[in-house]
Design a protein around this ligand. Structure first.
Ligand code: ADP
Ligand code: MG
Length: 951
């Protein structure tokens, strides 16, 4: 190393302008500047190496204060620039400024720029290695700003006993841009790690270190220079400003490094033998800058506002104190062998002279002490001593005898070289030990901090878990209440379901009844239709009979007429045969009478029959009407029932859905309860046990909860599957229901058709009755005819009698007197004419009858055809009805089966669900949650194991 030179710390003072808020507040501008090295505050002058007024530009400041340091550092000296002052007094403005604004950039970017500019202008034989580090000290911890993982670095001493930050990132740089990038990176890392950047930066020290090593390739001379650029934390007392969110310890730590700086500076200023560098990391790092081998400049930043006057004063006082600190600066040079040799020679010379001086002085002192008075020429003289040493040297060089070691002959100096070496070695060892201890202390303090942190964490955890416990307790209570409520709800729902089931049963019962009724009605209808058929057949028979009778009547009439004609012929042609023929006529008449009476009786029976038929027909129509009304009523009822069934199924579905939801709710609530209970359990356990054991227990419990949750989830998934199945079933059922409805619709349509057919039939019936009426009319006519025939016959009979009498009288007259022939013949002629007239009448009537009969006969096949068609239609309708009934019965059966199936499906589900709703058992201390679900013995053993491990 080069020669050391003592130099005091350079202190400059910089006042910033009043800021806008201070101006707005109307603060006074308190500093009064005197020359460029004095500032007066409240009349008291403070002297510094330089004082900069508020209007000083960054460039002016740099040129005046920092520029020289660049040269020093490149010449192999250490340099340091501190910025000291209260927060927002302009420290960062001074050190960094606006990094990328050429006008507003601060000291650091300008130094960086200058270093490279300087290097570019230097000797070409020189080779530079520049590396930079960037770290901050916060709460007495060193955080590497270029590697965020290094948060607590330690300070070590190198072989020259110069402290350095061990393990901090050193970035080699080749250009100003690279340095600026590094600074940028560091600043970014700094702001990322903290929540409140302003607060953090005002309480932390940021240190930017530029390490320059140069080697002359020709002379092999090596120079090193270190430049520390320090932006200190705000000098105001943290406690005083009342830092928010900091506990007392933290405030102390924040103050620690700055107060250590003050103490170190005071100790140095007072020339104290002990300087407590080791009190804080910051003073330790900057040990060389404070009273060591360094050209140090301290920038005292001040606010000019009257508002900050006390802080400004204390800052100025601090600066004045720092001004008295003396540093010993020497060149950091690694000498070449030759340089070392000459240096050694020089030192040896110096040593000799000094040794001689010491010897001389000691002997002189002894003489003085011995009461001897030393004459003036024998007293110590520097020049003489030097000359003596030189003479001794030449003599030594001449006789080559080793010089007597003066040191050892001297009294008071008892150290041998070996001893010295030993002591030095021991000292080195002790220092090493000191460093090791330092390291250890560092580690221990880190450990302590970690443990403290852990303690705090644990405490926080404890309190939070206590809080959690409380909240969980309340939550649990609430959930229990909710659970109760939902249980109640579930019960209600179940009740409602049961009611619904009962209702459903009732309804299905009703439906069955109705179906039975419907069957009965259809049976009745069958019967009625069969009776109708029988009546039809009877009617047919009657018709046949009437036909038959009519035939007979016509036959009879024709035979009668024939007879009459024969009689007429006989009467007209043959008088001789009158005697015989009168007997014949008599006979014929009796026959005719017999016939007529027979016909009468027959007609009477026919009339009776037809009346009967009519009455039965009326009855049957009545019955049919009644049946129709009944049928419509039945249909109405069926439709009502269908609607009811539909609504019931809907409500059933709704209830099912609701139930399912409720069950899900209950499940989730149960799960929650179980979880909460588990949590509660954990909390209580925590309270009882130690924190660690509690954690383990919690783990165990959590594991259990996990398993419990898994099983629960499994259950839920299975339930969900079941639910899906049910839903599928329901959709199937709905499809079926739809089908059934369709079928019902079809049946209804058919029923309508049947009804229409029925109506058609009744209309035909009516037609038939009309026909019957007409027939009746014909019968009446027939009766009239019979009567006229009878009357005719009577008149004929009378005529015959008259004729017979006349004949008898005429025969008598003939016997007595044959003269009256012409009169008799005229009378006979008159009678014949009369008879002929009568006959004509009769033939006319007969013809009429025949025509009527023919008409009736023509109508008969039509009627028969119609009857047959009606019967066929009835038969077809009956078969259709039967089919429809069969279909309906089948569908109903299917429907019932489905319903049964659904009921069966619902029943086991309800039964299966009930136990799951009972999972939530009350859990008491000493009982594990979920023990009812899982194997309780396993749980307990787990718990005991978990507890035992920690103990
Ligand atoms: P500190 O780092 O001491 O807390 P800053 O350097 O951040 O304070 O300065 C606070 C504010 O004052 C900044 O906005 C800065 O730009 C401004 N300021 C500081 N010194 C000066 C000055 N000499 N000239 C102009 N503005 C300044
Ligand atoms: Mg700042």
């Amino acid at each position: 190393m080069a020669d050391a030179a003592e130099t005091s710390i350079k202190v400059v003072c910089r006042f910033r302008p009043l800021n806008s808020s201070e101006v707005a507040r109307g603060d006074k501008y308190i500093p009064k500047f005197q020359g460029d090295d004095c500032v007066q505050i409240a009349g008291k002058p403070y002297y510094f190496d330089r004082v900069f007024q508020s209007n000083t530009t960054q460039e002016e400041f740099y040129n005046a204060v920092a520029q020289k340091i660049v040269k020093d550092v490149l010449d192999g000296y250490n340099g340091t620039i501190f910025a000291y002052g209260q927060t927002s007094s302009g420290k960062t403005h001074t050190m960094e400024g606006n990094l990328h604004d050429p006008k507003m950039m601060g000291v650091i970017p300008r130094i960086v720029q200058d270093i490279f500019n300087y290097i570019y202008s230097m000797d070409q034989n020189l080779e530079f290695h520049i590396k930079v580090s960037y770290f901050e000290v916060y709460l007495d911890k060193i955080r590497d700003l270029l590697d965020v993982t290094k948060t607590n670095l330690s300070v070590h001493e190198d072989k020259n006993r110069v402290p350095y930050v061990k393990g901090c990132t050193e970035r080699f740089v080749c250009s100003p841009d690279e340095v600026m990038d590094t600074i940028e990176e560091g600043k970014n890392n700094r702001s990322v790690a903290v929540t409140n950047m302003n607060e953090h930066s005002s309480r932390s020290h940021s240190i930017f270190l530029i390490n320059i090593k140069q080697e002359n390739s020709q002379t092999e001379q090596k120079l090193t220079g270190k430049l520390y650029l320090v932006d200190l934390a705000g000098s105001e007392k943290v406690g005083k400003t009342g830092a928010e969110g900091t506990v007392l310890d933290e405030a102390k730590m924040i103050n620690k490094s700055l107060s250590s700086l003050g103490i170190v500076i005071s100790a140095l200023a007072e020339g104290s033998s002990y300087v407590p560098y080791r009190d804080s990391k910051m003073t330790r790092i900057l040990q060389d800058s404070l009273g060591g081998n360094c050209r140090t400049t301290m920038v005292i930043c001040c606010s000019p506002s009257s508002f900050n006057d006390s802080e400004t004063k204390s800052t100025l006082l601090f600066g004045q104190r720092a001004k008295t600190v003396k540093n010993t600066v020497c060149l950091n040079v690694e000498l070449t062998a030759e340089q070392w040799k000459s240096k050694w020679e020089k030192e040896k010379e110096k040593n000799k002279t000094l040794k001689n001086t010491v010897t001389w002085l000691e002997t002189e002192l002894n003489r003085w002490r011995g009461g001897e008075s030393v004459p003036a020429e024998e007293q110590f003289d520097k020049e003489k001593a030097k000359a003596e040493v030189q003479a001794l040297d030449t003599a030594l060089n001449n006789d080559k005898t080793p010089p007597k070691p003066a040191l050892n002959t001297l009294p008071g100096v008892k150290l041998t070289d070996a001893e010295k070496e030993k002591y030095e070695a021991e000292m080195a060892k002790l220092y090493k030990q000191l460093d090791d201890k330092d390291d250890e202390i560092n580690q221990q303090s880190q450990l302590v901090e970690k443990l403290n942190q852990q303690m705090l964490d644990q405490e926080e955890l404890l309190s939070s878990s206590r809080r959690d416990h409380d909240t969980l307790q309340t939550e649990l209570n609430r959930l229990l209440a909710e659970n109760e409520a939902s249980k109640e709800e579930v019960k209600e729902v179940l009740q409602a379901l049961e009611e619904l089931a009962v209702n459903y049963d009732q309804k299905s019962q009703e439906v069955e009844d109705k179906a039975r009724e419907f069957e009965a009605l259809s049976e009745e209808l069958n019967e009625k239709s069969s009776s109708l058929a029988s009546i039809d057949s009877e009617l047919q028979k009657l018709k046949e009979m009437t036909n038959h009778q009519k035939k007979r009547v016509t036959e009879m009439m024709s035979s009668l007429l024939k007879d009459l004609a024969e009689i007429g012929i006989a009467v007209g042609s043959n008088d001789i045969k009158q005697q015989e023929s009168s007997g014949l006529i008599d006979e014929e008449f009796t026959v005719a009478r017999l016939y007529i009476s027979k016909m009468k009786s027959e007609v009477k029976t026919m009339v009776k029959r037809s009346r009967q038929l009519e009455s039965t027909q009326a009855e049957s129509t009545q019955k049919m009407e009644a049946m129709e009304t009944e049928l419509t009523a039945c249909q109405l009822r069926i439709s009502q029932h269908e609607a009811k069934i539909k609504s019931l199924t809907d409500s059933l579905q709704n209830v099912e859905q609701k139930k399912r939801q409720l069950e899900e709710n209950v499940d989730s609530l149960n799960e929650e309860i179980v979880q909460i209970k588990a949590q509660e359990k954990v909390n209580t356990m925590e309270k009882e046990n130690e924190i660690q054991s509690a954690n383990e227990v919690k783990d165990a419990v959590e594991r259990q909860i996990q398993s419990h949750r898994e099983t629960h989830q499994k259950q839920i998934s299975s339930l969900r599957d079941e639910l899906d199945n049910k839903e599928k079933l329901i959709t199937e059922l709905q499809d079926l229901n739809q089908k059934i409805m369709l079928e019902q619709e079809r049946l209804r349509v058919e029923h309508d058709k049947l009804k229409a057919a029925d109506q058609e039939k009744s209309r035909q019936l009516q037609e038939l009755t009309v026909l019957q009426d007409r027939r009746e009319q014909a019968r009446q006519d027939l009766k009239g005819l019979e009567e006229t025939v009878a009357r005719e016959l009577q008149t004929l009979h009378n005529l015959r009698r008259l004729f017979v009498q006349d004949l008898a009288t005429r025969v008598k007259k003939n016997a007595h007197m044959d003269s009256d022939d012409t009169e008799g013949s005229t009378a006979q002629k008159q009678k014949i004419r009369f008879l002929e007239n009568n006959l004509e009448h009769l033939t006319k009537a007969h013809k009429q009858l025949l025509r009527d009969n023919a008409d009736l006969r023509g109508e008969l096949p039509k009627m028969e055809k119609r009857l047959r068609a009606t019967a066929e239609r009835v038969k077809a309708l009956e078969s259709a009805l039967r089919e429809a009934k069969e279909n309906a019965a089948r569908d109903r059966k299917r429907y019932e089966q489905e319903m049964e199936r659904i009921k069966d499906a619902v029943k086991p589900k309800n039964m299966g669900r009930r136990p799951s709703a009972q999972i939530a058992k009350p859990i008491r201390p000493g009982q594990l949650p979920g023990a009812s679900l899982l194997n309780p013995s396993v749980n307990r053993s787990n718990l005991i194991k978990g507890g035992g491990n920690t103990r």
